[in-house]
Design a binder for this molecule. Structure first.
Ligand code: 5RP
Ligand code: FE2
Length: 221
C-alpha cells in the first residue's frame, strides 16, 4: 500500500475549520481528535463538528476518539459518515462489539494503543480491525515530542500483521514530522498523522507533500 498522510486539525484554527481542511486537499484523510476531558485532560470537539466537517470536505474523516465509554459513542461517528473511527483499547469495555458496530455502520474500524500499552495483548483483535493506531506521544495534546521508545512496538505490530497475513493499516500519531516520519516508516507504519508539522508550516499542502515524499522513501513493510 502507498503511504497515507492524515493532517490533524487539532493544530488548526478552529474558527476557520472549513478553510483549514481545504488547505490540505492533497492529503488522504483529515484526522479529527475527539477529546472528552476524562480519558485525556483536554476537551476538543464532538459529533456536531464532525457532521459539519463532512459537508465541507471531500476527504474522508479519520476520527480518533480519546474518550471514556467509546462503546457508547463510536458507532454514532460511523453512522454519521466518518470514513474511519478509532477507539482506545484502554477505554473500551467491549472492544469487539464496538469494532464490529463501527464496521457494520460502514466505516473502517481502528484500535489505538497508548505508548505504554503492549501490542501483544491485542494481537487476537487484529482480524477485527482495519487499522491500529500507535500513539507516539501520551494522548491529549498536539505539539508534543515524539517518543522514540514506541518504535520497537511499531515494528512488532507490523510483524504481527504480516505474520497473520492481514491487511491492517498501521498508523502513528504524535510528534510525527520531518525529523521523525522516516523512522516511523522504516518501522513499518503506513498512515501518518501530523498536526503541528502541517498546520504550523507556512504552506500546509507543501508540508503534506514533503512528509509523503519522506515517508514513501523510507517505507519498509
Ligand atoms: O491524538 C493526538 C494527540 O493526542 C493528535 O492527533 C496528535 O498529537 C497530533 O498532533 P502533533 O502532530 O502536533 O503531535
Ligand atoms: Fe490523534
Amino acid at each position: 500500500m502507498a503511504v497515507q498522510i492524515a493532517p490533524s486539525i487539532l493544530s488548526a484554527d478552529f474558527a476557520r475549520l472549513a478553510d483549514e481542511v481545504t488547505a490540505v486537499s492533497n492529503a488522504d484523510w483529515i484526522h479529527v481528535d475527539v477529546m472528552d476531558n476524562h480519558f485525556v485532560p483536554n476537551l476538543t470537539l464532538g459529533l456536531p463538528v464532525v457532521e459539519s466537517l463532512l459537508k465541507v470536505t471531500p476527504l474522508p474523516l479519520d476520527c480518533h476518539l480519546m474518550i471514556e465509554d467509546p462503546d457508547r459513542w463510536a458507532p454514532g461517528y460511523a453512522e454519521a459518515g466518518a470514513g474511519s473511527v478509532t477507539i482506545h483499547a484502554e477505554a473500551a469495555s467491549a472492544p469487539i462489539r464496538t469494532l464490529r458496530a463501527i464496521r457494520s455502520a460502514g466505516a473502517r474500524a481502528g484500535l489505538a494503543l497508548n505508548p505504554g500499552t503492549a501490542v501483544e495483548s491485542y494481537a487476537d483483535l487484529l482480524p477485527e480491525i482495519d487499522m491500529m493506531l500507535m500513539m507516539t506521544v501520551e494522548p491529549g495534546f498536539g505539539g508534543q515530542s515524539f517518543l522514540d521508545m514506541v518504535l520497537p512496538k511499531v515494528r512488532r505490530a507490523r510483524d504481527l500483521i504480516k505474520g497473520r497475513d492481514l491487511d491492517v493499516w498501521l498508523q502513528v500519531d504524535g510528534g510525527v514530522g520531518a525529523e521523525t516520519i522516516e523512522r516511523c516508516a522504516e518501522a513499518g507504519a503506513d498512515v501518518f498523522v501530523a498536526g503541528s508539522a502541517v498546520y504550523s508550516a507556512d504552506d500546509p499542502a507543501e508540508a503534506v507533500r514533503s512528509l509523503r515524499e519522506r515517508a514513501s522513501g523510507a517505507y519498509a513493510p
